[in-house]
Ligand binder design. Structure first.
Ligand code: TRP
Length: 329
């Protein structure tokens, strides 16, 4: 069975775009692959969180992914910093990662521009740490969005370089995971574009009903159809798209029909959409809260993941040390 590795940054909460995107992919992959999913807390240190924030964020993200369906019986779910082998492999890979190539990485250049007062070495070597995350489990596949493609390219380069230096096909060269059918992209409620954290237009799984109602009622629409069967504007189509994932098919058909015959009232559409989002997210929100509060369960999940991940990582480190020439006397 092929191995998949993916890291989850412990920043922010899951919104519907994440839920129908990355999370859905994880849920499919955990059934068919040997999956390692981890919370990337080493990576998050580049922004210098307080100890309380760091721990709280890791716990929140873990609770949200578990509530959304990540299954510790199927996938190995762990905390990156529980695997010091990753730090060791990073150090070793750093010796063959060159300043020039690290400085040329788009994400480094972006970060250096965004936070000119904190251009630390961790930012520069971020792709090396990510490579260590991936190859420590000999991953063949990595699910990556557009923003991580270059980092995966670096991983492939570092893995191939290691193999070349030590003259062994030791690390597989990981491929981007290719999802057969196209995923539904969840749009925002602000008229155009996707739902995203940085866009500030997220409908979050943890949003309380009152918050969801408020956000949906403020959604951008248009001035309404003036002739039958006219083309649906982007803003209204976005509401239909969200409806297509949270509402009953009849509900969507009903409002599309009303649009087509020009009798639609956007207030009614929004009210219905808000209620359907609430019905959809309510059980997940309750689960997030329950898991977040369940110290014993979280501890069990984390320990189980740590043990499984450690088994894989420690074998790699043992072999890498031997290959490099750290041999016992
Ligand atoms: N860099 C990824 C992000 O920002 C998170 C990540 C860290 C990751 N290590 C990884 C993703 C390894 C895939 C594989 O989203």
């Amino acid at each position: 069975m092929e191995t998949v590795v993916s890291g989850i940054r412990p920043t922010g909460n899951l919104h519907l775009g994440n839920y129908f995107g990355a999370v859905r992919n994880f849920l499919k992959m955990q059934n068919d692959y040997n999956c390692y999913f981890f919370i990337a807390d080493y990576h998050s240190l580049t922004t210098h969180p307080t100890p309380e924030d760091l721990h709280g964020n890791v716990r929140q993200v873990l609770a949200e992914y578990l509530a959304a369906g990540l299954d510790p019986e199927k996938a190995t779910i762990y905390i990156q910093s529980d695997l010091p082998e990753v730090a060791e492999l990073t150090l070793l890979l750093n010796m063959n990662a060159y300043l020039g190539e690290l400085e040329r990485t788009t994400s480094f250049k972006d970060k250096a521009r965004q936070q000119p007062d904190n251009v630390n070495a961790g930012l520069l070597t971020y792709p090396v740490l990510m490579a260590a995350d991936i190859i420590i489990h000999h991953a063949q596949k990595v699910p990556v969005g557009k923003d991580q493609e270059q980092n995966l390219e670096m991983t492939r380069k570092f893995a191939a370089r290691f193999n070349r230096i030590y003259n062994r096909e030791y690390f597989p060269i990981p491929q981007p995971f290719n999802f057969g059918e196209a995923l539904i992209k969840i749009p925002g409620l602000d008229g155009s574009g996707k739902m995203g954290k940085s866009e500030g237009n997220g409908l979050y799984l943890i949003d309380e009903p009152a918050v969801i109602r408020k956000k949906v009622m403020k959604a951008v629409t248009d001035t309404g159809p003036t002739e039958p069967n006219s083309e649906v504007s982007e803003s209204v189509n976005n509401l239909f798209t969200i409806m297509s994932v949270v509402s009953k098919p009849e509900t969507l058909d009903f409002f599309k029909e009303q649009y087509a015959n020009c009798s639609i009232r956007y207030g009614d559409l929004k009210k219905q959409l808000a209620e359907d989002i609430i019905i959809f997210t309510e059980p997940i929100r309750e689960k997030i809260k329950a898991i977040y509060a369940d110290e014993v369960y979280l501890q069990k999940v984390v320990n189980m993941g740590k043990e499984k991940a450690h088994a894989s990582a420690s074998k790699t480190i043992r072999e890498v040390r031997e290959l490099i020439g750290f041999r016992s006397f």
